[in-house]
Design a protein around this ligand. Structure first.
Ligand code: C2E
Ligand code: MG
Ligand code: MG
Length: 341
């Protein structure tokens, strides 16, 4: 606590000095101990003591978030960012209550026959003022809020519902995939909830969005994944090649499929090296008995190359955009993608 007399520059220099001093190792009973410190700074600009502490804490939180061993000031930018996040958070909770979250479906095709072999269910927020929002507008805040698992669950429920209706209309859609956040895999009641849904073996696939945990030895996550498989639900690795899924994690996890990230697929038409890379990933999949899906198939040339490289399944704007359940039904009945190819 400083009563007065220092401007921001002075405070920053003091914080640097403290961080430096705290870095010095300390000898304790013959052991060399090392410490670090993060600092949040807020100035009393007309707020009461309680608010001042809250502001300092928010700045500290940011300092930790930006890598620790550093300081951050509480400022207007941080303030408005927090207000924005809080607003979005409130709106998400309200939106969930009002059932504003809907599901779009994007078809996936057999690379050789171009028959539909599955659909990916993608979350959308039908926002009363802002229109139909894609996940980049809300998933991050939902994660911070711990409600992403709730969104995942409503997506699965709606997807199963649509799937049931497609079956009744003889649409011949073999499988629906949903994205599953790491948070959901940390839920100890996940399997209990899934059992109640009585999912038919092989009709549902879980895409693991964040694969960071795959290399960690989290017992609950491992247990959940084994039991998901036991329920006849396939495991897929999403965004393979750009996330954290290593070859070792593939061996451990034994997923049914892996999806090559769009960032790797896009350049295969212009770069031999990139094509080679995708070819190698497909070969890894083949040698491990894992099916390979390519995302972001946007041109006929992409589709042709991927087919030649032995890729099993294609997904992308070339054959079909994500669409709502009604549009998807019309699309699947029309079989119009066959004419385009
Ligand atoms: P993802 O699972 O990799 O989904 C594929 C994304 O690529 C979708 O974006 C889709 O619209 C887009 N895409 C498909 N084909 C093409 C193409 O040919 N070109 C281009 N440029 N883009 C294509 P979307 O729907 O905005 O979803 C973004 C991400 O949000 C998803 O990436 C997934 O990580 C996350 N997400 C979506 N729904 C859920 C959900 O229900 N739960 C969770 N936890 N995450 C979700
Ligand atoms: Mg996905
Ligand atoms: Mg993906």
């Amino acid at each position: 606590m400083l009563s007065h007399g220092r401007d921001d520059k002075g405070l920053a220099a003091l914080a640097d000095h403290i961080i430096d001093a705290m870095r010095q190792p300390v000898d304790y009973l013959g052991h060399q101990c090392r410490f670090g410190v993060s600092i949040g700074i807020a100035a009393n600009s007309g707020v009461d003591a309680k608010q001042l502490l809250v502001n300092t804490d928010l700045a500290l939180y940011r300092a930790k978030g930006r890598g620790r061993n550093r300081y951050e000031f509480f400022n207007e930018e941080l303030q408005s960012e927090i207000v924005r996040t809080k607003q979005t958070a409130d709106e998400i909770l309200g939106g969930l209550e009002r059932n504003e979250f809907v599901v779009y479906y994007q078809p996936q095709f057999d690379a050789r026959t171009l028959e539909i072999v599955g659909v990916e269910a993608l979350s959308r927020w039908d926002h009363p003022q802002r229109g139909m929002l894609t996940p980049d507008a809300y998933i991050k805040v939902a994660e911070e809020l711990n409600v992403v698992a709730l969104i995942d669950r409503t997506v699965l429920t709606q997807a199963l519902d649509s799937f049931e209706r497609w079956s009744r209309s003889h649409l011949n859609i073999p499988r629906v995939s949903v994205n599953v956040s790491a948070r959901r895999l940390e839920d100890k009641d996940l399997i209990k909830g899934l059992r109640k849904l009585a999912i038919k073996k092989g009709t549902v696939s879980f895409e693991l969005v964040e694969s960071i945990f795959l290399d960690e030895n989290d017992e609950l996550v491992t247990w959940n994944i084994e039991h998901i498989k036991g329920l006849g639900i396939d495991i897929e690795i999403d965004d393979f090649g750009t996330g954290h899924a290593s070859i070792v994690s593939l061996l451990k996890l034994r997923p049914r499929r892996l999806k090559i990230d769009r960032q790797l697929v896009t350049p295969i038409t212009s770069s031999t090296a990139q094509r080679q890379l995708v070819s190698s990933i497909i070969d890894i999949g083949k040698s491990l008995g894992i099916e390979v899906i390519a995302e972001g198939v946007e041109t006929m040339e992409h589709a042709q190359i991927l087919k030649e490289l032995g890729c099993d399944i294609l997904q992308g704007f070339l054959f079909g955009y994500p669409m709502d359940a009604k549009a998807f039904k019309t699309f699947a009945q029309s079989r119009k993608w066959l004419a385009a190819s």
